[in-house]
Design a protein around this ligand. Structure first.
Ligand SMILES: Nc1ncnc2c1ncn2[C@@H]1O[C@H](COP(=O)(O)OP(=O)(O)OP(=O)(O)O)[C@@H](O)[C@H]1O
Ligand SMILES: [Mg+2]
Length: 371
């Protein structure tokens, strides 16, 4: 490989003129460097520019500004078939009237490959996606997950250096999707191919990716490993979009490198918080973010630092966890407790109206810019 990066987007803008006559930056100054062999995801809600970004890498669209590089080479107006990438689309795009074998062989025949060679490569590709023996079926005679695997095999058969996947598991039910997530990830590791994966499903992105670019309105909000974007979200948007969070508004009373003390009007108290976003200063209006599974709830407590008294307003049993909702002065917090004990006895739950104590650990209370 000639370049450290498989794919690079440098300050890329894609501007569309909408039929209504407005200019829209669907992709707005995006810079991403995707390493060789990396499983990289673009994550964001509908319309944030994921597909447009991917299409510019594939060559179906050209940037209005900036440049896409593949293996260090500026792509300019290079057409899709001359790029060392292949795409798997959400709707499979299989030929319905052809068998699995014919679907896979098609691209190789177009390239003029010999029959022996085609046979061998189709066999290998089917083995890779665990569909050996299914070569005579037509797409309609396969389940959704199997069709998805055929689409994947078809993209892999040309041994691309980079595979682009646009919500490839979107049409599958939850259980099959989770299975396919792990299969895809294992396949990617085994083949050592770079994957650029588009999804709006944050759990999917966390499960599969080496790194994630969290996008909103055409811009990258944060880029990092799953642990980084979940444990250290760069701003309120990311904290809210990935997983769930409790947010408390406040004002920084004092701040050092290690710790901030933030006055929270809704609690009428100061809260100690240690992970501090860049550029936060004394006197600034901020938001504290605390993940619900990181709050501790107890029946007994004392007025210590970061401990607060509240009343249970609701408990919701959802199998693996119980969600406890607690009202503290002017704030409502959600707390998730793992059901390590049997919940068959109704008394194992906190009662509505019960007084409890909440413990917000300083290391789990993130100080974020208010925006
Ligand atoms: N050809 C086009 N002309 C005008 N606007 C477009 C065009 N293609 C996309 N857009 C707009 O650009 C924005 C980004 O679209 P894009 O398809 O990249 O979003 P996405 O993140 O893939 O969303 P989804 O999760 O719904 O697939 C949207 O507001 C969309 O309406
Ligand atoms: Mg899309």
């Amino acid at each position: 490989m000639t370049s450290e990066f498989a794919v690079e987007l440098r300050d890329v803008v894609k501007r569309f003129i909408t039929p209504e006559g407005n200019e829209l930056n669907a992709v707005d100054h995006v810079t991403m460097q995707i390493k060789n062999g990396e499983f990289f995801s673009m994550l964001g809600s509908s319309g944030c520019g994921k597909t447009t970004s991917l299409r510019m890498v594939a060559g179906f669209e050209w940037p209005t500004e900036g440049e896409v590089y593949i293996e260090g080479k500026a792509m300019g107006h290079t057409p899709p078939f001359q790029r060392k990438v292949n795409t798997v689309f959400q709707n499979y795009a299989l030929f319905q009237h052809l068998t699995v074998y014919q679907n896979l062989a098609f691209g190789l025949e177009m390239e003029g490959a010999k029959e022996d060679e085609i046979k061998k490569r189709v066999g290998n590709a089917l083995e890779m996606v665990q569909l050996t023996g299914m070569d005579r079926r037509k797409p309609k005679q396969l389940s959704g997950g199997q069709q998805q695997r055929v689409a994947l095999a078809r993209a892999l058969i040309k041994t691309p250096d980079v595979l682009l996947l646009d919500e490839p598991l979107g049409a599958l039910d939850l259980k099959l999707r989770k299975e396919m997530q792990l299969e895809l990830k294992a396949l990617q590791q085994q083949l050592g191919i770079t994957f650029i994966y588009v999804t709006h499903d944050q759990e999917e992105a966390l499960t599969m990716s080496d790194r994630i670019a969290v996008m909103s309105k055409g811009r990258v909000q944060q880029m990092g490993t799953p642990v980084e974007v979940y444990e250290r979200p760069a701003n309120k948007f990311v904290a809210d979009f990935i997983g769930e969070s409790n947010f408390l508004e406040g004002k920084v009373k004092s701040i050092s490198k290690k710790e901030a003390s933030v006055f929270i009007p809704a609690l009428n108290a100061e809260l100690a918080a240690t992970p501090i976003s860049e550029g936060i200063v004394k006197g600034e209006d901020v938001v504290i973010s605390v993940r619900p599974e990181k709050v501790r709830v107890a029946e007994k407590g004392a007025m210590n630092q970061n401990m607060f008294r509240g009343k249970v307003t609701n408990t919701v049993y959802i199998g693996a966890d119980t969600h406890v909702f607690v009202e503290l002065q002017g704030a409502k917090l959600k707390v998730w407790e793992q059901n390590r004990i049997s919940r068959l006895d109704p008394k194992s739950f906190y009662a509505v109206g019960q007084d409890v104590w909440l413990m917000l650990m300083p290391e789990n209370s993130l100080v974020l810019k208010k925006e």
